[in-house]
Ligand binder design. Structure first.
Ligand SMILES: Cc1ncc(COP(=O)(O)O)c(C=O)c1O
Length: 463
């Protein structure tokens, strides 16, 4: 297959892909039977597939293309850096200007108590780093028994062994003997699905207090940290009740455990603030980042380190941990340029003041559709819960995930990428989306819901 041609023979590409390419999070046999979708180009919020269709990228790639696709400034910054210094490492008493500059810029956009960063190539690697860092912190603090990390069911923290173990995805744990020891999962603040008759704010406090109970059961002297996403992304855009985060912060402070806020999705403007922890007003001890750090142009992630954690780790001698590509100069150059664009174009502020509220209003209206049990959104990340018998929250589709998958496939046919998590539909578009594009997105969602309703009725799934 000649990938430099601008003529794309879809059938040949599919066949070669099926023969040689093993995809992430994929049932390979059924994908190959169906034939893969081939994306050949993208600009702004639009994708182009190998048949020339234009598709609205409602997921910003994988929640990462915050500044939109195809910005030439990033290509130029990367090109210039490649020529200047294409690679050098940051081990062994060495550094380089792109890593220094990016670390400096990150200290500017993060809350005042965060001034250091440890670089990785992905969010998963960031969470592997987190696990080792929090355990090392307590060893250095003279409390080596504090090693257990508390996380949440249905959380997503990546797909490496530590990432998947910290995550709370049952299907992932079922393969490969996970989670590893020393990780304990508690409930998620998923009011729509698990809140029962409780009022959302009472539910938020009750779920947060599960952390307190878990610390008591395990023993405060054995717990190192609690890790959570500000809003769970892959778990289904689960937006916690307002009461949840203040209660979590209180518990972590009173019980002397570190709070790790996983900013891999929420970081870099998704909620209309630089970080999800800014949105919820919660001070994190560590913040893993990736995705929006470079808007996905090149793979880079990191762990943002609070002064408190940095001071402790400085007493510990060498931290025996690092990656060949920690602070890769070309990836740093992409991230620096990405952050420059986010700042100069006031993209984060626009999400808070303009595009976020604009899409949220459309979303609220879509929530009135007969198929939708709840429409929720913060900034530019949201979900629509599909239900068979509105307004009941209790009654769900029998074969969980079937309605979501039907809806997702229809959405693609209608030229819109939405993701299905169980039976909720997720969007997380590029933060540069315009009003006209939001109008178009909402039109395509509405058509997709109408078409899905017809399909589900035909299958006898509504009722
Ligand atoms: C909250 C969160 N943490 C970590 C990760 C893992 O990041 P990566 O896929 O870059 O390893 C993801 C990826 O979706 C994520 O959503």
């Amino acid at each position: 297959v000649n990938i430099r041609s601008n003529v794309y023979p879809t059938a040949a590409l599919r066949e070669a892909d099926a023969r040689h390419h093993w995809h992430p999070f994929t049932d390979t046999a059924s994908l190959n039977a169906e034939g893969v979708r081939v994306i050949v180009g993208a600009d702004g919020v639009w994708l182009t597939d190998s048949d020339g269709n234009r598709i609205l990228d409602g997921m910003a790639g994988l929640w990462c293309t915050n500044i939109g696709h195809g910005r030439p400034e990033i290509a130029e910054a990367v090109n210039a850096q490649m020529k200047e210094l294409s690679y050098y490492n940051t081990f062994f008493k060495t550094t380089h200007p792109p890593a220094i500059k990016l670390a400096e810029v990150l200290a500017e956009v993060t809350p005042p108590h965060i001034n250091r960063v440890f670089f990785t190539s992905s969010g998963s690697e960031a969470n592997d780093t987190v696990l080792r860092m929090v355990r090392t912190y307590w060893q250095v603090a003279g409390k080596p028994a504090k090693q257990t990390v508390i996380a949440r069911r249905n959380a997503y923290h990546g797909s490496t062994v530590a990432g998947a173990s910290l995550g709370g995805m049952g299907a992932m744990h079922g393969q490969g003997g996970l989670p590893i020891p020393g990780i304990h999962h508690i409930a998620q603040p998923y009011w729509f699905g698990e809140g029962g008759d409780q009022d959302p704010n009472a539910f938020g406090v009750a779920v947060a207090r599960e952390l307190e109970k878990a610390i008591d059961e395990i023993g405060e002297d054995k717990v190192a940290a609690f890790i959570a996403e500000p809003i769970q992304g892959a778990g289904g855009v689960i937006i916690p009740p307002e009461t949840y985060w203040p209660e979590i912060r209180r518990i972590c402070s009173e019980r002397d455990i570190l709070l790790v806020v996983d900013e891999v999705i929420c970081g870099f403007g998704r909620l209309g603030t630089w970080f999800g922890s800014d949105y919820y007003g919660v001070e994190a001890d560590l913040m893993p980042i990736a995705k929006g750090l470079s808007s996905g142009y090149l793979p880079i992630g990191g762990v943002l380190i609070s002064d408190k954690v940095a001071r402790m780790l400085e007493n510990g001698g060498e931290f025996f941990h690092g990656y060949t590509y920690s602070g890769h100069p070309v990836c740093c150059a992409a991230a620096i340029e990405n952050i420059r664009i986010l700042r100069e174009e006031r993209i984060v502020e626009r999400v808070a003041e303009d595009t976020g509220p604009y899409l949220q209003e459309k979303w609220r209206q879509l929530g009135e559709h007969p198929l939708i049990g709840e429409a929720r959104m913060v900034g530019l990340v949201g979900a629509l819960e599909l239900v068979p018998a509105k307004p009941s929250r209790e009654k769900r589709f029998l074969a969980e995930g079937t309605a979501g998958t039907i809806c997702r496939d229809i959405s693609f046919k209608n030229g819109l990428v939405m993701r299905a998590v169980r039976d909720s539909m997720i969007i997380s578009p590029p933060l540069v989306i315009s009003h006209e594009e939001i109008d178009e997105l909402a039109r395509r969602v509405e058509k997709t819901l109408d078409d899905t309703l017809v399909a589900l009725r035909k299958e006898g799934m509504m009722g």
